[in-house]
Each structure stands twice: as C-alpha cells, then as structure tokens.
Design a binder for this molecule. Structure first.
Ligand code: TRP
Length: 331
C-alpha cells in the first residue's frame, strides 16, 4: 500500500480530447501524477446516458481517449487508467447511494440541466438524471482525496461530498470526502470566439491535430473585426487569438498586447507566433502517440492492467461498505 493521497478523475469517451480539456483538467492530472496515487476513469457507462442508441462507437472512443491520455503524458507505470463498465462494484455502490439521494436535488443540478437542454431532452431518463450518483460512486469507491476536473463538474463534486457525509453518518465512516481541483483555465474560448471550446460546436483544436491542421485552424480563427489593415490599432480583450496567447504563450503577452494596441503587429504575425507555441506544446504529444501506435495491442494491455488494478481497490472498498451497512450476511 502506498501512503500517497489518491486522485480519481476521468472523462466520458465521446470523442477526441481538445485544448480545453487539456488546460481545464488533463494538464493537472499529468502534473500531479507523481505526487498522488492516480486513477483515471474512462466513463463509458456514463457516456451511455446520452449515447445508448448508438453504443457502437464506445469501443473506438474508449481507445481514442486512452491514446489521448497517454499522448498528453499520463504514464501508465504511475497512473492507473481503467474502464468503468469493467468494474460492476461501482454500480452496486451507486445503487446503495441512490437509496438516500433526493430526486429533487438531482433535478436541480445545473450541469445536468444544461446538458439536458443541449441534447434537447424534453424528459430525462432515470440513468441520465442519476449519473451524478454513479459519479459519486466512481470517486468514493477509490476513496479519492482529490478530483481534478473542469468547472462544469463542481456540482457533481458537491453532491459526492454530501453523499459521502450521509453514508458515513448513516453507517460507518469508511468513505473519504473528496476535494475538487479546477485547472488554471476553467473555460477556454472556441476558435470561433464562442464562450467554450467544444466538439459539438466544431470550434476545437484537438491534441491529435497535425501541424497543418493547427495552422489552418489558427489562421481561420476570429480576431478583432475592427482590424482591417495590419496597422489598425487592435483590441486584444475581444480577440480569440490573444486569449490563446494568454494561456499558451504567457511570457510574450505584455509585448503582444502593446504591439497589437499600437498596430505594430498584424493578426497574421500574431497567429504565426501562436501556431509556433501550440506546435511546441503538441509535438512531444505527437511523438508519444506515434510510439504507442507503433506497438499494436499496447494500449489495450495498458487498459487491461489498469482495470485489473482498479478492480482490486473497488472490491476492497465494497467489503468495507457491505460490512458498514450490515449486508455481509455470510461473513
Ligand atoms: N462527468 C465527467 C465528464 O463529463 C466524467 C466522469 C465520470 C468523471 N466519472 C467521473 C469525472 C469521476 C471525475 C470523476 O467528463
């Protein structure tokens, strides 16, 4: 047993990871993986809350996200990457949690509400309404101390803490109340200047984008519409490219800001600088990805081994949970 504190976090496998995921959460996971005993869940069952009609993409998306994690720098020797559906104990714990979780509380969860709206649900399925309960089980079955996530996950972490407190009060204090950690950039703007980078808005730069794709996307990005000529004074505060410089090129920001306001740097040159920074950040990820892809079967082995390790932890917690609840009738 390690004495390190534990991290549990993860994502639904619904497509490629983009820069918003990276700065919102994945970079934190990479940074903290040596300090914490880290578990990364690929939440394929949670993905079914919206994708149950077309589960055929789940396998592809599960491997895709695993590759993205590994490319981003999660080290499978240190971090345990695993698949949710392979750990049935999570769903058992969720069932126990559901007994004392109020439907009204679930109905008022702002993230669930906005996702329901985004998917155009007029009614919610039981599984969708209840996924934050299942997420509380994902986290607490690992007795995680810290959960690095994007800001949209904060309501789910509040619920998790509440459920853990209730469980510990009702039965025995066997579960751990987790803290939430939101990345430096809780929300990254999209290439089109919309509030959020997202796959569904088609305004994202992916960790797996090639150099050429990055170049094209950044060159097409929206800047200050008032700048028609290179020497027109700019307004960095409304410019998407400047917003990205703040995140990916902080050391040059004061200079770029002055040059833009004075019309000393044109948008094309400013974009070229950004392309250079993004490529420098993504290049090591491309190299790692290429190495994993050279070795077919490696990603699958990593997921199998991670899932085996995670399953061991989940089984142990459930022995304690059943004992605490007095439902271990046969010893
Ligand atoms: N809800 C998260 C998302 O939408 C995914 C997730 C599932 C998760 N279980 C988790 C995140 C446990 C952190 C901890 O991406």
């Amino acid at each position: 047993m390690t004495s390190k504190k534990r991290i549990l976090t993860g994502d639904r496998p619904t497509g490629k990871l983009h820069l918003g995921h990276y700065v919102g959460s994945v970079a934190n996971r990479v940074r903290l993986q040596n300090e914490y005993d880290s578990y990364i869940i690929i939440a394929d069952v949670q993905a079914l809350t919206t994708n149950f009609e077309k589960p055929e993409n789940l396998s592809r998306d599960t491997f895709q996200i695993a590759e993205d994690y590994l490319a981003a720098g999660l080290d499978p020797e240190i971090s345990t990457i695993f698949v949710q559906s392979m750990i049935p104990e999570i769903h058992e714990l969720a069932a126990y949690f559901s007994m004392f979780t109020s439907v009204n509380v679930l109905r008022h969860n702002p993230t669930v509400k906005s996702e329901a709206q985004q998917h155009g649900f007029s009614d919610m399925t039981y599984g969708f309404l209840g996924y934050p309960v299942s997420q509380a089980a994902d986290i607490s079955i690992f007795k995680a101390h810290l959960v690095p996530v994007g800001e949209d996950q904060i309501p789910h972490l509040e619920l998790t803490r509440k459920i853990v407190r209730r469980f510990n009060d009702l039965y025995k204090p066997v579960l751990v109340e987790p803290e939430v950690l939101v990345g430096d950039v809780p929300r990254l703007v999209g290439l089109d200047g919309k509030a959020k980078m997202s796959k569904s808005l088609d305004n994202a730069i992916y960790l797996s984008d090639t150099s050429l794709e990055i170049k094209k996307k950044v060159m097409d990005a929206v800047t200050d519409p008032a700048r028609i000529h290179k020497n027109d004074p700019g307004h960095p505060e409304i410019c998407t490219v400047f917003a990205y410089h703040k995140v990916f090129n902080p050391s040059e920001v004061p200079q770029i800001e002055t040059d833009c306001r004075q019309g000393n740097i044109g948008c094309v040159d400013c974009k070229k600088k950004l392309i250079g920074c993004l490529d420098a950040m993504l290049e090591p990820m491309r190299e790692r990805r290429a190495n994993y892809l050279l070795n077919p079967g490696l990603v699958k082995d990593i997921l199998l081994e991670g899932t085996r390790r995670a399953h061991g932890v989940a089984r142990e917690t459930m022995l304690e949970v059943r004992e605490a609840m007095g439902i271990n009738y046969f010893g």
